[in-house]
Design a protein around this ligand. Structure first.
Ligand SMILES: Cc1cc2nc3c(=O)[nH]c(=O)nc-3n(C[C@H](O)[C@H](O)[C@H](O)COP(=O)(O)OP(=O)(O)OC[C@H]3O[C@@H](n4cnc5c(N)ncnc54)[C@H](O)[C@@H]3O)c2cc1C
Length: 436
């Protein structure tokens, strides 16, 4: 009998972790990792943070590599960089690449990620209008931000938009953020946390415009953007525009192969697509969350990595439903924001700590049950909250609101079911929800 062949499409966080986790589980068949970028798989989180500011350990592209080149040789993983998967022949179980190569598979894993949603206004194609997803975008942005102070306008007050605003302010640029929603990070954060973060950006000198839409961008005769026109006709200087209004998952390959898609590649609780020989993980996967109605798509390092390990287990015949507690992280100025669980749908919040000192947590409850905790500069709260959420907890709003409440008293909550040891040391850097 020949050993099984796994082909992974997308050499980003989820694709690399899938290949590594398979080997870590002792999978002895052939593994091919196909990526359309021409570099080794790398971490994206520093691209909106340290890579732009020049922070130690994040400025050289080699610092961002998830694994050195030698890893692929020693693990027997065939890395195919700079080639694009173009078509899946499900009947013959063959993946066709742009280069003309045809890769037979027994299991195919789609880890194709997402691309930035384009800004649908006149002038969006002018030079100086940028988006940030990959290393190439980050190089361009770094070059643009390394010169004299300029007027930067960020469209979208999501994680990437706000991280970029913080980075650009730190570098001394004039920053305006334009957000169509009535509050920042409306999809990911409680109104309480979103209001606090908005104030922090304003304290740092960012002009944050809420409930405002971009109507058009205007350029100079050379085609360089110089003015942004808002709804209502206001015109603001915009020497550089960065668009961070969300992402579109890469579903084309799956859709053309007649797999079920819809804002993501739809998978079941074991992350199998409508074809059981094909899994999907990470930003491109739309999966059922335990206890929640419908399917969810999460854009985070934790989600891509944990889903990769779940798929590796399934391929090795040791699968279980994907139940990991989501957790996220963002850094803006001196604020380390960490989120455990998903807070959407909460109906009660209780605050612990001191927002004035930038050290506090927002505990979110739904029908009296803890569903998520947002923490600012309280890493211990975050760690314990993740444990509590994974183990099931009866922590009540009254307990959190009681004088002298300290989450550390609860850190002996039952440990979550043991996860298979990650092959790749998880970096204590991760985190985010819809990272856009
Ligand atoms: C600037 C930035 C900052 C971020 N910060 C954080 C953070 O602080 N914390 C956090 O948790 N998350 C953060 N994220 C999100 C996190 O990086 C993603 O959720 C994670 O990378 C998702 O992994 P993935 O494997 O699904 O997709 P990716 O890492 O995007 O990998 C997908 C890969 O597939 C390739 N590909 C797509 N189609 C094809 C094809 N047909 N053939 C071959 N290759 C293909 C893509 O080019 C890409 O290389 C950030 C993201 C960005 C862009």
């Amino acid at each position: 009998m020949t050993s099984p062949r796994v082909v992974v499409v997308g050499a980003g966080q989820g694709g690399l972790e899938t290949a590594a986790a398979l080997r870590g589980r002792g999978f002895s068949g052939r593994i091919t990792l196909v990526g359309d970028e021409c570099v080794l798989p790398y971490q994206r989180p520093p691209l909106s943070k340290g890579f732009l500011t020049g922070a130690t350990g994040a400025t050289d592209p080699a610092d961002l590599e998830l694994r050195p080149a030698s890893f692929f040789a020693t693990q027997g993983i065939d890395l195919v960089p700079g080639d694009r998967a173009e078509r899946i022949d499900r009947e013959c179980r063959v993946l066709h690449l742009e280069s003309g190569a045809a890769l037979p598979y027994d299991h195919l894993v789609l880890a194709t990620g997402a691309r930035p949603r384009p800004l649908p206004v006149p002038g969006a194609g002018l030079s100086g209008v940028l988006a940030l997803r990959g290393l190439r975008d980050a190089h361009t942005l770094r070059r643009e931000l390394s010169g004299p102070a300029r007027h930067l306008v960020v469209v979208g007050a999501g994680f990437i938009g706000l991280e970029l605003a913080a980075t650009a302010r730190t570098l001394g640029h004039e920053v305006t953020v334009v957000e169509a929603q009535s509050r920042a990070l409306a999809r990911a954060l409680t109104p309480e946390m979103s209001a606090w973060l908005t104030d922090e950006h304003r304290r740092q000198g960012v002009r944050l415009l809420l409930s405002r839409e971009v109507a058009a961008l205007h350029g100079d005769p050379s085609g360089q953007v110089e003015i942004m026109e808002l709804d209502g006709g206001e015109r603001i200087p915009a020497e550089l525009v960065v668009v961070g209004i969300g992402v579109l998952p890469h579903t084309e390959l799956a859709a053309e192969a007649d797999l079920v898609v819809g804002d993501g590649i739809v998978v079941d609780e074991r992350l199998r697509t409508s074809d059981p020989a094909i899994h999907a993980v990470g930003d491109c996967a739309r999966f059922p969350r335990p206890g929640a109605r419908g399917h969810t798509r999460i854009e985070s390092v934790q989600n891509a990595s944990d889903q990769a390990r779940c798929v590796a287990a399934d391929i090795c015949g040791e699968g279980a439903p994907y139940t990991a507690v989501p957790w996220f992280w963002s850094e803006q100025y001196a604020v380390r924001l960490q989120i455990a669980g998903l807070t959407a749908g909460h109906d009660e919040v209780v605050l612990a700590g001191d927002p004035g000192e930038a050290r506090f947590s927002v505990f979110c409850f739904q029908a009296g049950r803890l569903v998520g905790v947002e923490s600012v500069n309280r890493p211990a709260d975050h760690g314990i909250a993740r444990r509590l959420l994974a183990g099931g907890t009866d922590l009540s709003p009254e307990e959190v609101g009681a004088p002298g409440f300290d989450l550390k008293q609860y850190q002996r909550a039952p440990a979550p079911a043991p996860a298979p040891a990650p092959v790749t040391a998880p970096r204590e850097r991760p985190v985010h929800v819809a990272h856009a």
